[in-house]
Design a protein. Structure first.
Length: 305
């Protein structure tokens, strides 16, 4: 006859394996003092075991000490003639050694010479390009870099080029839908920016969409007695709302396990028309499930606008 608690102990041992190696104080003191591979040979264990124990104790790894740099005259002549990173790569030493030696000798850091555009003549045709397009595009046309074009435009007080604001023709149907759904959903439906939808809604004094379904006692009593999608259709809410109420009251799903989603013809038709994440929120599924179904039907993903 099995003793009480033996089954629970066996299950716990399978979930959390015991630490089979005993770390002595001497081995603990060597953590981070010598390389993990060397300590593993000393203790007769795997190097991964040493790495895990060192990370568990938040002990940094041992860093091999570099020999002191013996600076020669040729090496000192390179300081300040190029960036410290370039000098360090050329001499095969650390960047900190190069910077420390340069600061110690009072040598200023390397400054690359600026390109001079004194030879460029700003004609009337060239000046007309300033502000009429982006500085990058104007510089590409004039054969210059972006910096001198931006400085010239700012010196003349010309504002930067910007895209003209998009004019949206708001129909009565579009205005009637404001506030009845999320701004992001209306953005995809209208084909405009979300900021335009939000600004128009705030201009008309319409509150944002905030679904509030008053759950009655007889509706709460149905939680877990049928699939969530069936109860959502019956109550008139989304599957996500039903699942949230079920989790809030600690009620297990119908059947005691996760329900298998049955795809309808309307849901299949919407695959690829909007991003998978949006459909996942609407259908109460994960994005991976929506993506797998879309790929199974050979439907391409929706392109971002």
């Amino acid at each position: 006859m099995r003793r009480p608690g033996t089954a629970a102990a066996a299950a716990t041992s399978r979930i959390v394996p015991p630490n089979r190696f005993r770390w002595t104080p001497r081995l603990v003191r060597l953590l981070g003092k010598i390389p993990d591979e060397k300590l593993a040979r000393v203790a007769g264990i795997d190097p991964m075991t040493v790495l895990k124990e060192r990370r568990r104790r938040k002990t940094p790894a041992s860093q091999p000490r570099r020999a002191n740099v013996q600076w020669t005259r040729e090496m000192l002549r390179l300081l300040g003639q190029a960036s410290d990173y370039q000098v360090a790569a050329e001499l095969d030493i650390s960047y900190q050694s190069v910077r420390k030696k340069r600061v110690e000798l009072g040598i200023p850091p390397f400054q690359p010479p600026r390109r001079k555009y004194a030879g460029f003549r700003w004609t009337r045709k060239a000046l007309r390009l300033l502000g009429s397009m982006s500085d990058k595009k104007a510089a590409r046309r004039l054969g210059l870099s972006t910096a001198p074009v931006t400085r010239k435009r700012q010196a003349l007080g010309i504002p930067p080029w910007a895209l003209p604001p998009r004019v949206v023709e708001w129909t009565e149907e579009m205005l009637a839908l404001l506030g009845s759904a999320r701004d992001s959903d209306l953005t995809r439906r209208f084909g405009v920016g979300e900021n335009l939808v939000r600004e128009k809604r705030e201009e008309l004094g319409i509150d944002p969409y905030a679904p509030r379904h008053p759950w009655r006692d007889k509706e709460l009593a149905l939680l877990g007695t049928m699939p969530d999608r069936h109860l959502a259709q019956r109550v008139g809410v989304s599957v996500h709302a039903v699942r949230a109420q079920r989790h809030l009251h600690g009620i297990a799903p119908f059947g005691g396990r996760k329900e298998r989603h049955v795809w309808t013809a309307e849901e299949k038709a919407r695959l690829g028309s909007v991003p998978d994440a949006a459909l996942a929120r609407e259908f109460g599924l994960t994005r991976e499930v929506v993506k797998a179904r879309r790929l199974g039907l050979g439907i391409a993903a929706a392109k971002r606008r």
